[in-house]
Design a protein around this ligand. Structure first.
Ligand code: 6R9
Length: 663
């Protein structure tokens, strides 16, 4: 049943926060921008022709006969009949066009070691790795699991797989042995690529033994390739003769040129597992031509990237889809020069990112709201010590960015004039879907605004009817797009059930996010629908209450959950981290009351938290998403559930301990 408001309108989320500020791009930026207002009209006039034109950014060995075949929906085929090699597109063709000496990657190791890798070197390394993998019997269609931190070999390994038509499945460096094992088994990976150890927070830690633990009895795995990173600092790793091989020993012996083979546009490129809130992880499957087209197109228009001029830096980990599309495939297809940084942002000091921006003259910087809020917590004095004037565009991804964090980012990192692109997308979408166009859109703090040219998205009520301006509901994608997932590895039924059954009659893709339109028709993302709170019949988004909390001067980060409540159905329970310079008694009773009232005055009494707890940390995944279900367990006094996909698995203990001791 649709929920009805008093006005009789169908609504699924109350609309609480309003935002009036807008920031138009400077004339200089707009005049040189890669995309103009006409780009929307062009895409609107003929979507297929528009995407065909975007696909022309790539080199096709054989042209396609049909742009889109949607006859077997929801299983799409894009650029049907076309053939290409993804790695050739990301590396070789730039060398052939005379750009072999251009730096592809400025790599910065956590301990301070650096490596500049040109496109010509990248071509040689990828070629060697392609031969190396082939010599182990890896061929087209085989799966290779990669569990590596941010080292150049991770990128080389991904491209080498793409080059020979093998699928990579990258698993976060921090994942536990059992998480690795589940993914290796599900994909039946033939080869696993890992390292002896990794640097994290200033320390070298051995990691190979954990991989061994994960792979005990894993039947599909024939070989384990080990990249030497920490060497003497972690000593000789445990070794299984006949299975384990040093990466450098294998690759150094290979020829450094390799002839790429063209694969079908729909040849699978990779599997990437998303954890989901419950159940076994889903292996999201992406294919070649459509995925690369969307990654390259979006990187070009959203980041306004100019090859040979810009220095681009996406701070994501390659274990996250953002690392796949916006470190590896999009930027390299567009001949970017980019920074890749191995370590944590506060090693050895909290200005590390700004030091790197200054050193390499980074112009385009793409990060996640969780990190922006962390920078806020550390204070604006830190970025103020560095020359950040090279930055001309900033991006955000992973979660809704609170207006307060957006404003801080603009002012203290972007010098008050760099456009901010808040990019909404998912592992499943393959590339950016909703975002401002930086030379066109007057941006609004906190809103991702409009679907990109060529993309269609709507906010609908639970009957699938589009809501009006000012209305809230579910985000759906109502037309297929080139980078869309082609299924869940080995489970077509789950693919249909998860994404296509909620609005089956309309044929919409259900994204699982709550969203609303504001009065201008701009889209605001409001958090996962599973997290929506229901207070006395009002459906309230977590994002809006969190943004209201973060707009208070004492609060750096906030997470809210609905906990069952005998009178209101659910009550809002908030967990907050205080800012660096917060008032001394900010966790005292008076300050908490003030904070509750602040939320009420920002967005209305219905959203006033029942309870606010001050905590030292929040539980987050490696991509920075808050795991609210764990906080719900605390709010409802239950035992805390599965924590294996947390970036730091001790966080829940820290929170519980702090609450018990009353701190
Ligand atoms: C790229 C990525 C997808 C989920 C998505 C949504 C949230 C991502 C967002 C955002 C609001 C943004 N999300 N970007 N929410 N504004 N700009 O994050 O992929 O890890 O699969 O997560 O992340 O909830 O549904 P993935």
């Amino acid at each position: 049943m649709a929920e009805r408001t008093e006005s009789g309108q169908s609504a699924t989320l109350d609309n609480l926060l309003t935002e009036e500020r807008t920031f138009a791009p400077s004339q200089d930026f707009a005049a040189r921008a890669n995309a103009t207002a006409d780009t929307y009209a062009e895409a609107e006039a003929d979507r297929d022709a528009f995407w065909a034109k975007q696909a022309e950014r790539l080199h096709w060995e054989t042209g396609w006969d049909q742009v889109l075949d949607w006859s077997n929906a929801p299983f799409a085929k894009w650029f049907v009949g076309g053939k290409l090699n993804v790695a050739y597109n990301c590396v070789d063709r730039h060398v052939e066009a005379g750009h072999g000496d251009q730096i592809a990657i400025h790599w910065v190791g956590e301990p301070g070691d650096t490596r500049d890798i040109t496109y010509a070197e990248l071509q040689r390394e990828v070629s060697r790795a392609a031969h190396g993998l082939a010599s182990l019997g890896v061929g087209a269609g085989d799966r290779v699991a990669i569990q590596l931190q941010m080292v150049p070999e991770a990128i080389v390994a991904m491209l080498a797989c793409a080059r020979i038509g093998a699928l990579h499945s990258v698993v976060f460096g921090g994942f536990s042995p059992s998480a690795l094992r589940t993914r290796v088994d599900d994909a039946e990976a033939k080869v696993v690529i890992t390292s002896d150890g990794q640097y994290r927070r200033g320390k070298a830690a051995a990691t190979k033994s954990q991989v061994d633990e994960a792979l005990e009895g894993a039947e599909s795995v024939e070989k384990v390739l080990v990249v030497r990173r920490t060497g003497d600092e972690t000593g000789i790793p445990p070794w299984t003769d006949g299975r384990d091989i040093w990466w450098h020993e294998l690759m150094d012996a290979q020829p450094d040129s390799h002839t790429p083979e063209a694969f079908d546009s729909e040849h699978p490129l990779f599997i990437l597992y998303t954890s989901g809130t419950t159940g076994k992880p889903k292996g999201i499957l992406h294919t070649s031509g459509g995925y690369l087209t969307q990654a390259a197109y979006t990187h070009h228009v959203v980041f306004d990237h100019k090859p040979g001029e810009d220095v681009y830096w996406c701070t994501a980990d390659i274990g996250w889809v953002t690392g796949h599309s916006y470190i590896v495939y999009g930027p390299l297809a567009n001949r970017a020069t980019q920074v890749v940084y191995e370590g944590t942002p506060n090693t050895p000091h909290e200005g590390r990112h700004w030091e790197i921006v200054q050193r390499y003259g980074v112009t385009l910087y793409y990060t996640a709201p969780t990190l922006i809020r962390t920078f806020m917590k550390w204070g604006e004095d830190i970025p103020a010590k560095y020359d950040l004037s090279s930055l001309r565009l900033l991006g955000s991804v992973g979660e809704p960015i609170n207006p307060e964090a957006w404003m801080w980012y603009r002012e203290h990192i972007g010098g008050g004039n760099a456009p901010i692109v808040d990019t909404w997308w998912q592992t499943e979408t393959g590339g950016i879907m909703i975002s401002p166009l930086p030379g066109v859109t007057a941006t609004k703090p906190g809103s991702a605004q409009r679907p990109l040219p060529g993309i269609s998205a709507k906010v609908v009520d639970d009957q699938g009817v589009e809501v009006g301006r000012g209305g809230g509901g579910y985000l759906v994608l109502d037309k297929p797009w080139p980078g869309m997932l082609r299924g869940i590895w080995g489970d077509d039924q789950r693919y249909k059930d998860t994404y296509w059954s909620r609005f089956a009659d309309q044929g919409f893709y259900f994204a699982g996010d709550g969203a609303k339109y504001d009065d201008d028709g701009d889209i605001w993302l409001l958090g996962r629908v599973d997290d929506v709170m229901n207070v006395s019949g009002h459906r309230i988004s977590t994002t809006e209450v969190e943004s209201a909390l973060v707009s208070h001067h004492n609060v750096a980060e906030a997470a809210v959950v609905g906990a069952s409540d005998p009178t209101t159905g659910q009550g809002i329970v908030a967990f907050v981290i205080l800012r660096g310079g917060a008032d001394d008694d900010a966790s005292g009773e008076k300050a908490i009351t003030e904070l509750r009232n602040h939320v009420a005055s920002e967005i209305g009494p219905i959203a006033k938290p029942r309870q606010i707890m001050v905590v030292p940390e929040l539980p987050k995944t490696r991509s920075g998403k808050i795991m609210r279900r764990l906080l719900r367990d605390i709010a409802e006094n239950r035992e805390v559930g599965d924590v294996t996909t947390l970036a730091d698995t001790t966080v829940m203990d820290q929170i519980s301990a702090g609450l018990k001791s009353g701190k």
